[in-house]
Design a protein around this ligand. Structure first.
Ligand SMILES: [Zn+2]
Length: 333
């Protein structure tokens, strides 16, 4: 089955993947790779190099994580891409040095650090901006897949502080794209999710429909990282207060202190419990839910995405906008 990215490439457009997971994780891979199982990470990474369209690499710009899959004992895909003319970068600072149309940028062993553990609140925006600056030089246009990958991961963990920080990461990238589209009105941006995760509920507990996200704004690290670092040292409420950005009450200390003795996992659970109670956040599952997800669109052709639609309709509409219809599918270029 041909993906929208593959069809865009066959039409002569430039293509890109920008994600905060490893670049060969399920969502980006679904646009490029054809393997039986999503966890075949090495095979997926191999196919990014090996599978071609009209003798060309499928993806011009790849930015995300994944050293361990691209630099292996049995194969060094970074070297292979470099020998094939790709520019390779491995730090965000190098995003500004990109001067090649084909770029592989890997910034972590697997997924990127959680947004709360990054010094730069604009990391996704910076990657999107760098990718667009290369892709837009193609007169025939470009297709770019951007994923705020860790919104899902943080929601699986029922970690509201991390979920909101990952949402903010995507939000900053979207703000930049909104400005870009206002200056390049022949561009279309479609924003959606493949599902909801966690069933996050605001104002779930006692005290009415109150939600207090202000307590989520001052974290100096992700709750998982706070838990892991504190579990390795003696009970230190002062530094905990500082990292959480609020002063723990006696009741909250009574939840956290016993959990601290039980190690990082229990302490992480306890921190999440305290943060959920403070912010009045609830969760219905550690998995995915079946609720409808929003679809937003801006730029040229945005009106095609108004209203309720089947998820597969989004791909059909994008294919049609690129010129492929069910009628001409068999005699594609
Ligand atoms: Zn998920």
């Amino acid at each position: 089955m041909e993906s929208v990215l593959e069809y865009a490439k066959a039409m002569g457009k430039s293509t890109g993947l920008v994600v905060t997971s490893q670049i060969n994780h399920a969502t980006p891979a679904s646009y490029v790779a054809h393997v039986p199982q999503r966890r075949m990470y090495n095979e997926i990474a191999d196919s990014y190099f090996d599978a071609k369209i009209d003798d060309q690499f499928k993806v011009n710009v790849m930015l995300g994580g994944g050293w361990q899959y691209f630099i292996r004992d049995d194969r060094n895909l970074v070297e292979e891409f470099q020998q094939a003319g790709y520019q390779y970068i491995d730090s965000y600072a190098q995003l500004e040095t990109i001067d090649n149309h084909n770029v592989l940028g890997l910034f972590a062993d697997r997924g990127l650090p959680a947004a709360l553990d990054e010094g730069n609140p604009d990391r996704l925006k910076d990657m999107v901006q760098a990718a667009v600056s290369r892709l837009e030089t193609n007169d025939k246009g470009f297709f770019l897949l951007v994923e705020g990958s860790q919104i899902d991961w943080a929601s699986h963990a029922n970690d509201v502080a991390s979920t909101m920080a990952e949402m903010d990461d995507l939000h900053r990238a979207l703000l930049w794209l909104e400005t870009y589209v206002s200056q390049h009105p022949n561009t279309l941006v479609v924003v959606t999710a493949d599902h909801n995760t966690g069933g996050m509920t605001m104002g779930e507990r006692a005290g009415g429909y109150r939600w207090e996200p202000a307590y989520l704004r001052q974290f100096s690290a992700s709750p998982r990282t706070i838990a892991v670092t504190h579990a390795e040292q003696t009970w230190d409420p002062a530094s905990l207060n500082q990292q959480l950005g609020f002063t723990l009450t006696k009741e909250e200390m009574a939840v956290l202190q016993p959990a601290h003795k039980e190690g990082a996992k229990a302490f992480y659970q306890a921190i999440k419990q305290v943060v959920d109670q403070r912010t009045n956040t609830g969760w219905t599952t550690g998995g995915h839910t079946g609720v409808d997800v929003p679809v937003f669109a801006f730029g040229q052709g945005k009106e095609q995405f108004i209203g309720q639609m089947d998820n597969t309709d989004i791909a059909k509409k994008l294919f049609a906008m690129l010129g492929r219809t069910p009628e001409n599918e068999s005699n594609k270029p």
